[in-house]
Ligand binder design. Structure first.
Ligand code: ATP
Ligand code: MG
Ligand code: FE
Length: 353
């Protein structure tokens, strides 16, 4: 099927078009620049930017793919999780298109779409799949029994998401917004072993054993790490010493990536999961890609990592999951659903109201 996907959950307006498992186009407009001076995404500004960007982005996608709205078989739209006002713009646009063209509309989960995008680079996803989702708002390890029918949460962050930790630490280090790419770049010039930052929830009382798992065996916590970086910076400042910014960035990144990958690989090994997909915006991180590959290889887990432009928010990922749902014979959601800002990852698609 030819499926149009619409994404507007945060600051990217995305319209992507796929045919089956094949990517035709992925048009993305970002309002990132407008949020830079505030040091974070301002929901009201993001919503207005979606409103401005939607029609031009839709036109661009249709032009690039060389198709018309009449050619489209189904429309898929992110219904959550995300910013309420931002979601509303994409959902209203999708509903309007569905009503005007008579095409079926599928309301789908943004997080599962970060996983579903995997089909566009390497074809159908393997059975017995795990997904390590690391993004601005989420850090989760999932068991994907079926991309269209069965997603289970094995573990997640209990406080900040990894991307959030990157953004907050970048602010502490004066690196500006968005923090992820800035820390990634700077870390290459630093020593990752310079400072030993804490790996949250790795103490025995949280981990337990494989036979008797502790309360947070596959979970993460990044707020203590953020505090440790802030303390470290304060100590240098109090001592009047120059801040070793690159070493702090590299050591922080090593702590994040070490604990993310070790727990994800542990979960896969103990749960008998032999295939892993790495997704979400933080999957753009060079060290995360490297260490995940290294540790998966050592554990005999086969790893798939989509290209960076498909990991950060985009419409093609929504179209990709929509297309899988259409091919699996899924029912459309209709046009009476309401976007759900806190849609859980286990809710792959919103049903018809
Ligand atoms: P969610 O998908 O949970 O709703 P989101 O859509 O806002 O959140 P994404 O767009 O998937 O998040 O990811 C954005 C996050 O990725 C930001 O926090 C950003 O700092 C981070 N990020 C982007 N590139 C890198 C990188 N190279 N290294 C680390 N983090 C990065
Ligand atoms: Mg974004
Ligand atoms: Fe995202």
């Amino acid at each position: 099927p030819l499926v149009l996907g619409i994404e507007s959950s945060c600051d990217e307006t995305g319209v992507g078009i796929v045919r089956g498992d094949t990517l035709l186009t992925n048009a993305v407009s970002s309002s990132m620049e407008e949020h830079v001076r505030f040091g974070g995404v301002i929901p009201e500004i993001a919503s207005r930017a979606h409103l401005d960007a939607f029609v031009p982005t839709l036109r661009q996608a249709l032009d690039e793919a060389g198709v018309t709205l009449e050619d489209i078989d189904a429309i898929a739209v992110t219904s959550g999780p995300g910013l309420a006002g931002a979601l509303m713009v994409g959902v209203c646009a999708a509903k309007a298109l569905a009503v005007a063209t008579g095409k079926p509309l599928y309301a789908i989960n943004h997080l599962v779409a970060h996983v579903g995008v995997g089909v566009l680079d390497g074809g159908k996803l393997p059975e017995n799949l795990g997904a390590l989702l690391v993004s601005g708002g989420h850090t989760e390890i999932l068991r994907v029994g079926s991309l269209t029918a069965d997603v289970q949460l094995l573990g997640s962050t209990i406080d900040d998401a990894a991307g959030e930790a990157y953004d907050k630490v970048a602010r502490i280090l004066g690196l500006g917004y968005p923090g992820g790419p800035a820390i990634d770049r700077l870390a290459r010039q630093g020593n990752p072993k310079a400072i030993r930052f804490p790996r949250g929830l790795t103490q025995p009382k949280y981990m337990g054993t494989a036979e008797a798992p502790g309360p947070h065996r596959y979970d993460w916590s990044f707020s203590g790490l953020k505090t440790a970086v802030a303390r470290c910076v304060e100590q240098y400042e109090a001592a009047g010493q120059e801040l070793p910014v690159a070493d702090i960035a590299a050591s922080f990144q090593e702590a994040v990536v070490d604990v993310i990958t070790s727990k994800a690989v542990l979960a896969c090994t103990e749960q008998g999961i032999t295939n892993l997909l790495l997704g979400g915006g933080v999957a753009a991180n060079s060290r995360l890609r490297e260490l995940t590959a290294e540790r998966c290889a050592a554990a005999g887990i086969s790893l798939r990592v989509p290209p960076i432009r498909l990991c950060t928010d985009n419409g093609a990922m929504v179209a990709a999951l929509g297309s899988q749902i259409v091919m699996a014979g899924g029912e459309p959601s209709g046009v009476d659903f309401t976007p759900d800002p806190s849609q859980p990852v286990t809710s792959i698609q919103l049903p018809a109201a």
